[in-house]
Structures are given as structure tokens and as C-alpha cells.
Design a protein around this ligand. Sequence first.
Ligand code: NDP
Length: 457
Amino acid sequence: MTYDYDLYVIGAGSGGVRLARKMAHKGMRVAIAEQDAFGGTCVNKGCVPKKLLSYASIEASRHIVAQSYGVCSESPRVAWETLRDAVNKEVQRLNGLYRQLLITHSVDIHQGHAHLTSPHHVRITQQQEQQQTTYTSKHIVIATGSFPYKPPIDGIDHAYTSDDMFTLPTLPQRIAIIGGGYIAVEFACILCGLGVDVVLIHRGPRILSAFDEALGTALSHAMRLKSIDVLCSSSVTQIKKQGKGYQLKRIHAPDTHVDAVLCATGRLPLTQDLGLEDVGVRTNDKGAILVNDMYQSAVPSIYAIGDCIDHMNLTPVAIAQAERLVSHFTQSAQQSNAIDYDAIPTAVFSTPPIATIGLSEQQAHARQKPIRTCTQRYTPLKYSLTAKSDVHTSLIKAIINSDDHNIIGLHMIGLDAPEIMQGFAVAFRMGMTLNDLHRTIGIHPTSAEEWVTLDKP
Ligand code: NDP
């Protein structure tokens, strides 16, 4: 059978775009379908605009440290409309860049909703004209990403999700954030820095439950010192409109009154209405597409990468999966290795920020690893003149296999943690030991040097 394309990619996010343009560069006939903006969640409603807002919130709070150096300035005021519009302008620029990248690499772009009608057929419906066209392809890769999940709380429709946070007409004076994961803590810190009164309501005993316990504990402490109301072991049962604001009912706790609510309770794979069941692609109970080591679904011609397979939902992971598929499809002599999900560095852009790689102490215990841990707290020199120095207390923690002294987890909260940890992630992948850290000469005076003096007798 002859096909219209060698590869049809559904979804032009980070993973889909990387795969499409690399395959086209290698001479394959490639098309990509997108029903929304190019660049996916990362560019449009995630990493990029979030980090820009985070920079803004840090700038808005900088006067506190500046004053400790005798640099006197008035407490700054954030012009939300200016900030929002500047961020959205940058997002639009990146959209255009992604689209142009595909055009430059001769990838055919189909704007519309994709639906599988057979293992080799994709039907595209153009939203406005309701016009349908069906294409054939030897391989199809689904890279549709994920969407924010809202739990079944009475009145949850009143709550924003992270998708809405980049286009708010005005900033609320007081907001309740439901959740205690990446998005909840990042937006709590961003909004607090922009001058919003924040209450974070988390169902579990500590925020960032998926991270090493020391990080969640240290961040809660820092957030409370910044006047963020962190309420743990607390569940919202109802959100009720009251005047211009909202009343939140909680179990065995007083009501909370706010101007806005943000629901940050996880994301689900965006796999509905793709025709997966009809063609035999299997999914799990969350809707994630089930794939083998090479991202191949139950249907041999159909693959899936990124958030829609729910392995580890991070942009660089989707890109690494795309790269692995490129070498698979092109049978490159230099096959890229399977991704080691235990060695993926990740950061939370809270203030202070967090970065981590490898196992947490709790995960190491669960896997019955013989371990010892080294933890160090320090105040970065930059903040030594600042009165409220506790907010700036940093923490590093290493999890060490006590049999072979290999480091199996590194965790950091504090100034520049994500920038510092990227380099350590390389050493981690190379199998560094505590002795390797000790044999390394520090760069003085820095925060990063704390790692090479960690637990040094
Ligand atoms: P997370 O999985 O990080 O956190 C979800 C939070 O919601 C948890 O605290 C969880 O509680 C809570 N929760 C889940 N269900 C309910 C419920 N029914 N009622 C109340 N609370 C609930 O998801 P996020 O939404 O924060 O982020 C989604 C994903 O996006 C992340 O997992 C990450 O992959 C990615 N991301 C990455 C970022 C980065 O790299 N910096 C930034 C933002 C997002 P519990 O802990 O008890 O399960």
C-alpha cells in the first residue's frame, strides 16, 4: 500500500514538533495535526509563561534584599495588564517560531481535530468549516499531551485551572489554591510575589508529596514566612459564589472567603475523542496510552509519546522520547538508549526553588535500599545582610547507598537550585559517589560549593 505520508504526528507540542521536524529533516514525508496553538502546554500554558511570571514575582520582591544593601527603592507595584500582555506577546512569538520551524523543514501542517479511523488513517476536521479530510500514513504518532483535572467538588466550575492564569483580566486580592503539587506551589509563590494574598489548601499532610520529605517541609516553612497560608490535611467540599467572591467549605474547618479559586489537582492524558478504542489502541484507567519500550501501542503502526502516555510529564522527557523514536524509525546505527526514569532531574519554580534528581529517602526505603543520608542547611551569602533570613535558608540532601557509596538521590531547595543541579545531573548519570564530591574543589563563595563539602569530616 502506498501512503500519503511516512509519519503522521498528532499534536504539535514539544515532543510532536521535535519528532516531526527531525523525521522530515531525514527525508521522510511528514505531516502534523494541531487543533490549538503550536508549542503545546509548555509554550502556551505552562513552563514558559509560568517562568516569566515567576521572574516578575521575584523582581517585585527584590527590594527587600536590595534595602539590606542600602539600595533604597520604594516597594514596587506590579502592573498586571502590562506583565500579562508582555508574556502573551512572547508566547505568540514562540508560537510563530514553532510553526515556522515545521514549515522550514517541509512538514505539512493540518490545523484541526484528528481522529483515527484505521491503523493507518487519520481524519482531520477543520473546526470552522467543519470540513473533513482523511490522510494515510505508514506510522502515526500520538503526542496530544494532557489537560488540567478538576476533582468532583461541588461548585468546582467556579475554579480556574492553570490554563486560565495567563489571561486573567485583573489579579485577585485573595486567592485559594487547591492542591499541593508542582502547579499549586509554583502559583502560590508567583501570586504572593505579585502581591496577592494566597491560601493553599492541600488534602495531604505535606505539600510536594512526590518529592523528598525534607523539600516539602522546608518549602512550607518558607511559604508561611512569606505569609502564604499553607493549610495541609484539609479538603474543600464546596465552592459557593458569594457576592463578588467565593466561600469555600472545608471538612472540620472554618470557611475560607476569597476572590478567586485555582484548582491545581493534577493533569490527565488528552486522549478522548481520538478514536483510540475503535482502532484497538489500549489505554489505562486514567486514559494514558499503553506503550512498550519503543512507545509502540497495541496497534503496531501507532505510537505515542509525551504526557498522553503519562510516564513522567516533563517537556525534556517528551523531547527525549521523540529523539528515541527518530532513531527507531530511521534505524540509526547509533540507537538512543532507553530513558532511565530514575535519573531525570526536575525543578519546581517556587521561591525558593527546588531541584532534584534520583530517589527520595522515602522511595529508597520503599525499594529496600541500604542508605544513609547527608543533609546540610545554609544561608546563601547573598542573604546574610537580610533580616528575614529564614525565608532564604537553603537545604541540600544526598541519599547514598551505604554498600557502594553511590549517590542515588540529590535534593536541593534554595537560591539557584535548578541552575546548580543541571550540572550535578550529569555527574549523577555517570554514577558519582560521595567520594567524588569530596575530591572536587569548590568554587568559593557560592551556594554550589555546599555540595562538595557535604558531610566532609
Ligand atoms: P501534581 O501531580 O504535581 O500535584 C497534584 C496535586 O493535587 C497533589 O498535591 C495531589 O495531592 C492533589 N490532588 C490530586 N487529586 C486531588 C483531589 N481529588 N482533591 C484534592 N487534591 C488533589 O500535579 P500538578 O497539577 O501540580 O501538575 C501536573 C503535572 O505537570 C506535574 O505532575 C508535572 O508533571 C507537570 N508540571 C511540571 C512543572 C515543572 O517541571 N516545574 C511545573 C508544573 C507542572 P496528593 O499529593 O495527596 O496526591
